[in-house]
Design a protein around this ligand. Structure first.
Ligand code: SER
Length: 592
């Protein structure tokens, strides 16, 4: 076997498939756009779903790439030799072009000729068939013809040899998986197969033959075009080629593991170090993504928060100062930045967001852990109540998953339903409180503040356009009768030209004399329409959406001006830093 590094293997794979007529397409963002079915991109095929369903891909019918992927389903297994939350997936696709025969031949050729893996070390599995779909004899026949020994061809159930869809519906089909046999491990019994967990079969590649579109009613409809979708885990394969026991020995992780070894007891806390290494890599890629998000209490931001806070917790277990997390992130940016340029571009953002989140959590974690210890003394029925779990969340910033994990360490459970109920109760109350506060603040000068509020919506829209950054979000807003104050995420000060451009865009919207419309709808509908919402905010199920022509669409309590003309003229009076990665603008409007 060739001992290739992660970077060399990535390169070799791409080159091979390009030489077979595949177009190299870029990795998509880790954060899928317009896809409500998944928070993160989970496989190379994920962004290709429309093309697998028949839409024409501009690059042709043969594609290859390396895709940034993130999966949280196996987060409990992270720390073992091979499971990672973030990973790179090498892939090649046929969109109605070749099917099983060529796909399997290409894989075999790449493994045996390019990577020099002896044929007898390769085992494969094929779909055994069920009441819906026939046994995949065709794939097995191709493998046999290529020289894979009969005893190394396994037929397994749908649980093992079926792939997709990503969400509830979409392209899917039977697959053939490819394994390297680890000769150091004897078969664990007479039924030892790739389906068991004994470690003799190391999975490296999955060739999916997408023939079906799963419907919402659970039925399978044949796709009009038959596709191939393959995925190879990059670090996992590199580790196997090098004879490493775990992915953490590859050069993607090795410097990070070394750094932690230097700062803690060497050779100790292996699982903890791996978890920190894994979570920090995932966090760096989420923060540094072209659609990067910030830690928050919802969606991707919440996963990010969990990953960072979990890493912080393990740092404490190892007595490792959390400043090491910054050094670790820098090591990842250095290593991956050559291929993923966005990491270099966003280095400052990664570091600032990570520092801010670490600081936030460091402030409360020690107290929270103390509180947790206290709780242990008083709990009944070996169960932490929902209220107590909510207090840990609300006051000390413990993600519920973290409380559950800590509890499990002590052999106790958490009342999750009770937690949800406490959470919702709190939401209802704070919503009411916010409405009241808002009314109170508006009492003296309603019209002017309503106009400034409209100006705030226009400002956010203008910032996105002027700075050409769709990821800008509101981080705070405060309106008095005299001025608006608006905080948003952005890594650097705005230039004079940019400030002028923002003003110009807002003033154009004012001059256009657009009516402000307000519609009530469900939160889901509002999100579907693409309405802007305050990140980390909690809304009730029914929300108001304010629309200002084509300029802005935001979920908001209001009130607003009736027409943008009322604002007359908008001017930014100050642009300054608010906190790490957050800028603050103060602005005024003329109304005479
Ligand atoms: N989609 C398949 C997988 O994730 C092959 O890429 O395994």
């Amino acid at each position: 076997m060739l001992k290739l590094s992660v970077n060399e293997l990535r390169e070799k794979y791409i080159q091979f498939f390009v030489s077979k007529g595949h177009a190299l397409i870029p990795s998509s963002s880790l954060i899928p756009e317009n896809d409500p079915s998944a928070l993160f991109t989970t496989a190379g095929m994920h962004p290709l779903a429309p093309y697998l369903l028949g839409e024409k891909h501009p690059a042709g019918t043969r594609l290859t790439n390396v895709q940034k992927c993130l999966r949280t389903g196996d987060i409990d297994r992270v720390g073992d030799d091979s499971h990672c939350t973030f990973f790179e997936m090498l892939g090649n696709w046929s969109l109605g072009d070749y099917f099983k025969e060529e796909s399997i031949k290409y894989s075999y050729e790449f493994l045996t000729r390019e990577l020099k893996i002896p044929s007898e070390k390769i085992a494969v599995s094929c779909f055994e068939g069920d009441s819906d779909i026939p046994k995949d004899e065709e794939s097995a026949k191709i493998w046999r013809k290529l020289g894979i020994k009969e005893e190394n061809i396994y037929f397994l159930s749908k649980e093992h040899n079926w792939w997709g869809p990503v969400g509830q519906t979409g392209p899917c089909g039977p697959d053939t998986e490819i394994f390297i046999i680890d000769d150091n491990k004897e078969p664990c019994g007479p039924n030892c197969s790739p389906a068991c967990d004994c470690g003799r079969f190391l999975e490296i590649w999955n060739n999916v033959f997408m023939e079906y579109n799963k419907q919402a009613d659970g039925g399978y409809v044949p796709l009009s075009q038959k596709n191939v979708d393959t995925g190879m885990g990059l670090e996992r394969t590199a580790a196997i080629l090098n004879g490493y026991k775990s992915v953490y020995q590859t050069e993607a992780f090795a410097p990070v593991m070394r750094l932690m070894d230097q700062k803690t007891k060497k050779g100790a806390f292996i699982k903890e170090k791996r978890i920190v290494a894994d979570h920090m890599r995932a966090a760096a890629f989420i923060l540094g993504d072209e659609n990067g998000v910030s830690p928050s209490n919802v969606d991707q931001g919440y996963v990010l928060r969990r990953l960072i806070r979990r890493a912080i917790r393990y740092c404490r277990t190892m007595d490792l100062d959390t400043s090491a997390l910054i050094d670790i992130s820098n090591l990842y940016v250095d290593f991956y930045g050559g291929y993923y340029k966005e990491l270099i571009q966003n280095r400052q953002r990664i570091i600032e967001e990570l520092s801010a989140e670490t600081e936030r959590f460091n402030k409360t974690i020690a107290q929270g852990l103390k509180e947790f210890e206290k709780l242990l003394k008083y709990i009944q029925n070996n169960r932490i109540s929902g209220k107590a779990a909510f207090r840990l969340y609300d006051t000390f910033g413990f993600p519920i998953e973290m409380t559950t994990e800590l509890a499990a360490d002590h052999g106790i459970t958490v009342d999750i339903e009770g937690f949800k109920a406490a959470f919702e109760e709190h939401q209802r109350k704070s919503q009411k409180g916010a409405e009241q506060k808002f009314k109170g603040g508006l009492a003296d000068n309603t019209e002017q503040t309503a106009r400034l509020h409209t100006a705030t919506h226009l400002l956010l829209a203008a910032l996105k356009r002027a700075l050409n950054d769709d990821n800008i979000r509101q981080r705070g807003s405060n309106i008095t009768a005299e001025r608006l104050r608006f905080d948003f995420n952005f890594p650097r000060p705005l230039t004079k030209e940019e400030i002028e451009k923002v003003e110009k865009l807002v003033n154009e919207a004012i001059e256009a004399g657009v009516d402000i419309e307000c519609n009530e709808m469900s939160l889901a509908d509002a999100r579907d329409m693409g309405a802007e919402g305050v990140f980390g905010d909690k809304y009730s199920d029914q929300v108001k959406v304010y629309k200002i022509g084509d300029y802005s669409l935001e979920i908001c309590g209001g009130p607003h001006a009736k027409n943008t003309k009322e604002l007359k003229n908008f001017k930014i009076v100050k642009e300054q830093s608010s906190s790490a990665g957050v800028r603050r603008i103060k602005a005024v409007i003329d109304t005479d």
